[in-house]
Design a binder for this molecule. Structure first.
Ligand SMILES: [Zn+2]
Length: 368
């Protein structure tokens, strides 16, 4: 089965390239539209060709669609028992480290470490991306940072206002760090503070001790630049993506983006009611324009643009393309559940997200 996915990885970008070439150079004003349509069609064709050659997926079980189930054994694992971290930080490049989170929902076993917690060490302080899901997890990350450097953590940047990005903030504030987020992320944190803390406590129980909801000390709208120890960090809100106030951290000197939820791979991305899938695809162009060589995504191992494009933008384009066809033919929500996503069903979390995502796109596109 792996071979098919490899084929997909190799041919998908190629098809897009060919498709783009064939569009020639139309009027500037039409270029984007033409590319988007051609691209979507190419993506659908390629994914469908892959699906045809895949073994028939098992009959979908009723339980595949429903609330996120964190009870599944395969998600109740921890790579580093004894630490709140799901996995220890790994070095991505000089002075850049990331503790890669579980490709799973938040579970008791992973302590809420189900996204990437990254940090950059400079000669004048450390910048951390994501506060972590709770106080004790943030402390565990800090303990690992202290083993690598004596530099203090000066900044903690939140990729958005979600639990796993933000609820460890009160630990970092106690350490004297400046916590920075997009203004919409700060609003999210404020509005969901009781619900999020409740959800966290219900799931990770006593591991949520000492966690209280704290607001970021600093917010911004489009861009915030930090120069520290000769390293330039550009905190960029590029447009609507996965959640309100999503930002990417761009390190031009290192040709690296720490992308947050802009980019996923190795697990299926979740679509929420507030996710603007059309906006996300458009924002992707600005993200791609950074032309980063290295990507630490919001979820999954450090990788490159080609890989995250396949599992983020192309997945969104595929779903929207398929739903678009359904809507034109007057099909119902039930038909959206049947959209063939088998090219993506090898991804963890797909068993409960695939149908939910299709339904989400259907319901959104009905009103576009
Ligand atoms: Zn995330």
């Amino acid at each position: 089965m792996k071979l098919f996915y490899k084929t997909l990885i190799i041919f998908l970008p190629l098809t897009i390239l060919i498709a783009c070439d064939q569009t020639g150079e139309p009027e500037k004003v039409n270029l984007k539209e033409t590319l988007a349509e051609t691209e979507t069609k190419a993506i659908i064709d390629t994914v469908e060709n892959t699906i045809t050659s895949l073994p028939k997926p098992e009959q979908a079980k009723a339980s595949q669609f429903g609330p996120v189930s964190a009870g599944d054994d395969k998600y109740n694992i921890d790579k580093t028992p004894g630490s709140m971290l799901y996995d220890m930080p790994q070095q991505v490049m000089d002075n850049v480290w990331s503790a890669i989170g579980a490709l799973a929902p938040i579970t008791y076993a992973n302590s809420g470490h189900n996204n990437n917690l990254s940090f950059v060490i400079t000669s004048d302080g450390v910048l951390v991306v994501n506060a972590g899901a709770n106080y004790l997890l943030a402390k565990a990350l800090h303990d690992e940072i202290k083993k690598l450097t004596e530099q203090p953590v000066k900044y903690v940047v939140l990729e958005n206002g979600q639990i796993h990005a933000s609820l460890g903030s009160n630990y970092w504030l106690e350490q004297g760090a400046t916590v920075i987020a997009h203004e919409d992320a700060a609003t999210e944190i404020k509005e969901n503070k009781f619900a999020n803390l409740e959800r966290l406590k219900r799931t990770i129980k006593e591991k949520a001790d000492k966690t209280v909801v704290a607001l970021p000390g600093e917010t911004f709208k489009d861009k915030r630049v930090i120069e520290m120890g000769g390293v330039r960090f550009e905190l960029l809100h590029l447009g609507p993506t996965h959640s309100p106030g999503d930002i990417v951290v761009w390190l031009p000197q290192k040709n690296l983006t720490i992308s947050g939820d802009m980019a996923f791979h190795q697990r299926m991305l979740p679509l929420f009611e507030h996710t603007d899938t059309a906006g996300w695809i458009q924002t992707w162009d600005k993200f791609a324009a950074l032309d980063a060589k290295y990507v630490i995504p919001g979820h999954g191992e450090p990788t490159n643009m080609k890989e995250v494009t396949l599992y983020t933008k192309d997945y969104l384009s595929y779903l929207r393309g398929k739903v678009g066809v359904l809507l034109e033919s007057g099909a119902s929500l039930q038909d959206a559940y049947k959209i063939d996503q088998s090219a993506y069903m090898h991804l963890p979390t797909s068993e409960f997200l695939a149908k939910r995502n299709a339904a989400q796109v259907f319901q959104m596109m009905e009103f576009e």
